[in-house]
Design a protein around this ligand. Structure first.
Ligand SMILES: [Zn+2]
Length: 382
């Protein structure tokens, strides 16, 4: 099938719309996408979900509302630009230099979103009908814990889609596993005292250090997954204290835990609870409050499913290596798969190491390859 829409131009249009966190403003991008689909309003069912002012997610169904079908899921928000002056080009100019498009979101993940959109539009323009439904899902607020995808997961909008494609950057390698994420914040409350009389206070900072060490020793296990590598736990924020001669009453710890498919988060939290109790015994009167910031399980898909085998074939046909891999980052799959329990593949243009970086960029050829792979995946619905 001939290409009808210019995927690179669409990618540039998308990068030029600022959808940086924390504001997101996904609504503007959704208006752009709606304009592209406007000529086909008779062939599609479009549902916009408004989360707040200027923040929406969008679900487009193409084809009949029957069992099965496929869902493509892309997020519209990007991380912030950081220091604008350190960029070689304006991060929202979408500058095309030789074979590369630069800009915030170029790789994570407007290239994938543009490719899935153009793949579907080409089928609509050619008048080819789907026998099974194709769902295009555009989510808001992914970089802040998959907020849009969570709302969609609980809705009935996805019917019973038989498989999911997540066009996040993998250099067009098929990834069938992703790490889980458990972000924890501990608030410790002790008792203030004069620095010369530590015994009169309850030292929240010392307790925070003890708790961090104990959790790291107790929870860190030597687990390794063939596609995802190691389980990791890191203490990334530790705050507390006022000055040298005051026994501090308050402290705060933040921990980033990345899990593997065989790990159960409830079991981990139980282990962490026992660590908290052990520390509390050593500091009578201390209070520890645990806040769970994010909690998403690790996922893996069955490598022997027909769907995954077909995706591998299409990747091979593009002259790319078809070996399966895993991604350490979180995707919207973390919100959708635990509800829908279907095979999924993460596959998209650009290199994942470019995501969230200064001078984020994607190669034109990589976007075209993704487009061809997506068209083949969609063709199975016709
Ligand atoms: Zn992303």
């Amino acid at each position: 099938m001939r290409e009808q829409y210019d995927v690179i131009k669409m990618l540039q249009d998308m990068v030029r719309i600022d959808s940086c966190q924390p504001e997101g403003n996904e609504k503007q991008l959704i208006n752009l996408i709606r304009d592209f689909f406007a000529p086909y309003s008779e062939d599609i069912v479009l549902t916009e979900i408004e989360h707040s002012e200027n923040r929406s997610s969008l679900v487009i169904r193409i084809g009949p509302e029957v069992e099965g079908g496929l869902a493509f899921v892309g997020h519209l928000d990007t991380v912030s630009v950081g220091d604008r002056n350190k960029w070689a080009y304006d991060p929202h100019s979408a500058k095309l230099v030789e074979d590369t498009v630069y800009g915030r979101g170029a790789v994570d993940m407007k290239a994938g979103v543009a490719a899935m959109t153009v793949a579907a539009l080409d089928y609509l323009k050619a008048g080819i009908k789907f026998e099974k439904p194709l769902y295009l899902i555009y989510t808001a607020d992914e970089e802040n814990g998959c907020q849009g995808a969570r709302v969609i997961a609980e809705s009935k909008l996805l019917g019973s889609a038989a498989a999911f494609v997540i066009p996040e950057p993998t250099d067009n390698k098929p990834a069938i596993a992703e790490k889980g994420l458990l972000w924890l914040r501990f608030h410790l409350e002790g008792q203030l005292a004069h620095g010369s009389k530590p015994e009169a206070g309850i030292n929240a900072v010392e307790a925070a250090v003890d708790l961090s060490k104990l959790i790291k020793e107790t929870v860190s296990v030597n687990l390794k997954h063939p596609l995802l590598g190691n389980f990791t736990l890191s203490v990334n924020r530790l705050e507390g204290g006022i000055m040298t001669n005051i026994i501090p009453a308050e402290a705060l710890i933040e921990m980033d835990i990345r899990t593997l498919p065989e790990q159960n988060h409830d079991d981990l939290l139980e282990l962490i609870d026992s660590c908290m109790n052990e520390v509390l015994e050593g500091y009578p009167g201390l209070v520890i409050r645990l806040e769970i910031i994010h909690n998403y399980p690790s996922l893996s898909s069955d490598e022997n499913s027909d769907f995954i085998k077909r995706v591998q074939k299409y990747v091979r046909e593009e002259g790319l290596p078809d070996n399966l891999c895993g991604m350490t980052y979180l995707t919207d799959a973390a919100a959708l798969i635990p509800v829908h329990h279907k095979p999924f593949v993460i596959i998209g243009p650009g290199h994942e190491s470019m995501a969230h970086q200064l001078n984020e960029a994607v190669k034109v050829a990589s976007v075209h390859q993704a487009l061809q792979i997506y068209k083949k995946i969609m063709k199975d619905l016709t």
